[in-house]
Design a protein around this ligand. Structure first.
Ligand SMILES: Cc1ncc(COP(=O)(O)O)c(C=O)c1O
Length: 396
């Protein structure tokens, strides 16, 4: 017999929804021998930049690479300090850390769970080079406040927009407000490019050139195709009869393949519709959970378009009569519904305890770690699935 979660579609944790359009796109590129970054990547980048309203976009292999390339573009190096939130996937903090920077965590806002601008200024030191706000769960940070502080203190802002593709803050798209914006197309994100993928967007031509160069071994092919180059820039006089390949520096291979990009082009066309369904499903869950004592459903901030990559719920074990561990366990074993625990705060992890952090340092993030769960949400959930989810929680 199908378990309740399979019956009600709640096993689906992926946001991606592929159809005949993606199938055709894959076959089309396959028939072109499935190249690495080529025409399809250029198209995806063009469409993506237009969607976000930025001048430039460069596709890469995943969101981690997008963050890392942004740090490389900013020349983050040993001795630098980078500020971020402890409530994020480890990639956000790992990107600057692996380049030798020290990470300074700043606690989150108790309503949105996003980096709290009120605590930001005190964390900035003369060595602080970048701030990486994370638009957690699909809702943008208070970017006016963050950008004002960052601009005044001369610190770059890199938006981790991996949760918030299509999200907006005061009419501006997530990712389009900072020095760069970073996206992931991992299988669980709001759109996917066959399980992995990433993008960096920016309005800054110099940063774009560095992202583009380091993504692909800092190579330029002079006097010939600029297939692997960021800009149509030929340093050598065009009249030269021969060409050679040079490398500006040692770089990386974080290219996206054309087959992924062709899928990305189709996924991007569906993004707003997929997000609209997430928003509708979130509203339905919020309404269905009204009046349940001990559950705090998400607050959507005025001026924000929250795209509900995840649906966070804060539990109050005292009035709910059940703690987080028991809630997660019983929902799975009694109701067949898998509940998420995004995220275990980074200062609790071995990686950052080994770097001097310890649990208890960031009270709001600590309480999220202890009490927040994420409910299943995706564009394919049926009314029946949503009702089953709501009823399961109510009956617990
Ligand atoms: C907030 C955040 N930042 C960065 C990443 C890294 O993206 P990727 O898995 O594509 O490397 C993720 C992925 O889950 C994420 O959730």
């Amino acid at each position: 017999m199908a378990s309740p979660q399979i019956k009600h579609g709640l096993e689906i944790k992926f946001g991606n929804e592929y159809g005949p359009e993606e199938e055709r796109a894959v076959l089309d590129i396959l028939h072109k021998n499935a190249p690495t970054s080529g025409e399809a990547c250029i198209q995806f980048e063009k469409d993506f930049a237009a969607y976000c309203g930025t001048k430039y976009a460069r596709a890469c292999s995943n969101g981690t690479a997008a963050l890392f390339l942004s740090m490389v573009a900013l020349d983050i190096k040993p001795g630098d300090r980078v500020i971020t939130t402890p409530l994020t996937w480890i990639a956000t903090a790992a990107a600057p850390e692996v380049l030798g920077a020290e990470i300074d965590f700043v606690d989150v806002d108790p309503v949105t769970y996003n980096l709290d601008p009120a605590k930001l200024e005190d964390a900035i030191t003369p060595d602080t080079r970048a701030i990486i706000p994370v638009h957690l769960y699909g809702q943008c940070c208070d970017m006016d406040a963050i950008l004002e502080i960052a601009d005044r203190r001369g610190v770059a802002v890199v938006e981790d927009s991996c949760h918030a593709l299509g999200g907006e803050y005061k009419g501006r798209k997530a990712g389009a407000m900072g020095a760069t914006g970073c996206f992931s197309f991992h299988e669980q994100k709001n759109i996917s490019t066959l399980g992995e993928g990433g993008m960096v967007v920016t309005n800054d031509g110099d940063l774009f050139e560095r992202v583009a160069l380091y993504r692909s071994h800092c190579t330029r092919v002079y006097g010939r195709s600029t297939k692997y180059c960021s800009l149509d820039e030929m340093r050598f006089p065009m009249g030269k009869r021969f060409w050679w390949q040079d490398f500006d520096d040692t770089g990386y291979n974080f290219r996206m393949t054309d087959i992924q990009a062709a899928v990305g082009v189709e996924q991007l066309k569906k993004l707003d519709a997929l997000n609209a369904r997430r928003i509708e499903n979130a509203a339905y869950i919020t309404n269905g959970l009204k009046g349940v004592k001990g559950l705090r459903t998400p607050t959507v901030m005025e001026d924000c378009k929250h795209v509900f990559h995840l649906y966070p719920v804060m539990l109050d074990p005292d009035s709910l009569g059940i703690n987080k561990e028991d809630f997660v366990y019983r929902m799975l074993h009694e109701k067949g519904v898998r509940i998420g625990t995004h995220y275990i705060p980074l200062h609790w992890t071995t990686a950052f305890r080994n770097r001097g952090y310890e649990p208890g340092q960031f009270p709001v993030a600590d309480s999220v770690g202890e009490r927040l769960v994420t409910l299943p949400i995706n564009p394919r959930q049926t009314r029946e699935a949503l009702d089953y989810l709501i009823e399961s929680i109510r009956s617990l």
